[in-house]
Ligand binder design. Structure first.
Ligand code: PAF
Length: 293
């Protein structure tokens, strides 16, 4: 089936309705474009869980802060469409900003609690922008299974909570982080890295991998799991926004003096050259990412 490109919400709604009317289940992959192999894996997962996959491509202005990279965020629609077609997607929704934020709009969707720490602390307003746009995309797409990457673990948890709280007819599932062979998590923002920055960025996955190995060897002291990650970043001249250990469901931070239980989220954000990168592992669940140092 050839890929169908929808530019308006009403076209996309009608196309999604047609999928369901023909007895097929819809899989949805919301993205901001600049698609890479991680996004392609999400489309493949959506097709595995549903019959037809729809990809949304929209660089959402409300989730960027005033000093962030909205203007320079890569916009590569032609090659994105080719990747969607090659991945077997049936639909792409690529609206203009005025379609998603009609003139005079005054509505925002906010999830409390889960957004208080990790990226919510260092990017005020970010998750309100994310939940607002994702609620709109879900409202247009209707009943479906939506697939999100676990690299944005906090985003996944926030969207799952929003979907539950707003009674939306969407099953929200997470898919494991896709990495380069040397461990670097795939991200559209990796395009901003120079060769030197890219080499330095390997410390993210390697230090998280070392934490997984300490946890798997029996370490449960929060500080002994978290602090070496922070020190590894600082040792290569990086100044992290945060390196935080927290409950993997409530996202409440765990202090360095506490003990962790069977599972815990260890997540970080750090600027490397021109890119703000994030990465995470769920201790007790994820295998160690990255090649050994
Ligand atoms: O993860 C992303 O690419 C974005 O935050 C999302 C979920 C598409 C909302 O704009």
């Amino acid at each position: 089936m050839p890929l169908e490109l929808c530019r308006t919400a009403s076209e996309f709604r009608a196309a999604c309705d047609r999928v369901r009317a023909s007895g097929r289940r819809l899989g949805l992959v919301p993205t901001m474009g600049a698609l890479h192999a991680g996004h392609v894996a999400l489309v493949t997962e959506a097709r595995r869980r549903a019959d037809d996959a729809a990809v949304t491509i929209f660089v959402n202005p409300t989730q960027f802060g005033p000093t962030e990279d909205f203007a320079k965020y890569p916009r590569t629609l032609e090659s994105d469409l080719a990747k969607c077609e090659a991945a077997g997607a049936a639909l792409v929704f690529a609206p203009e900003a005025g379609e998603m934020y009609p003139a005079g709009e005054r509505t925002r969707v906010r999830v409390e609690g889960l957004t208080a720490h990790f990226c919510g602390r260092s990017r005020p307003g970010h998750f309100e922008g994310v939940t607002t746009i994702v609620a709109k995309l879900f409202a247009v797409a209707g009943a479906c299974t939506a697939v999100f990457g676990r690299k944005d673990y906090q985003q996944l948890k926030v969207i799952q909570r929003m979907t539950r709280d707003l009674l939306l007819p969407v099953e929200v599932v997470g898919f494991p982080t896709v990495r380069e062979p040397d461990g670097l998590a795939l991200s559209s923002r990796n395009a901003y890295l120079s060769a030197d920055d890219r080499a330095r960025a390997l410390v993210l996955s390697r230090s998280l991998g070392a934490a997984v190995r300490r946890f798997d060897a029996g370490e449960r002291a929060a500080g002994a799991l978290r602090l070496p990650v922070q020190e590894a970043l600082c040792a290569v001249g990086l100044a992290p926004d945060y390196v935080t250990l927290g409950d993997s469901e409530t996202l409440e931070p765990i202090g360095d003096d506490a003990e962790v239980g069977d599972r815990a989220l260890l997540a970080l954000a750090v600027r490397v050259g021109g890119a703000r990168l994030i990465d995470n592992v769920v201790l007790g669940e994820d295998a160690a990412p990255g090649a050994s140092p």
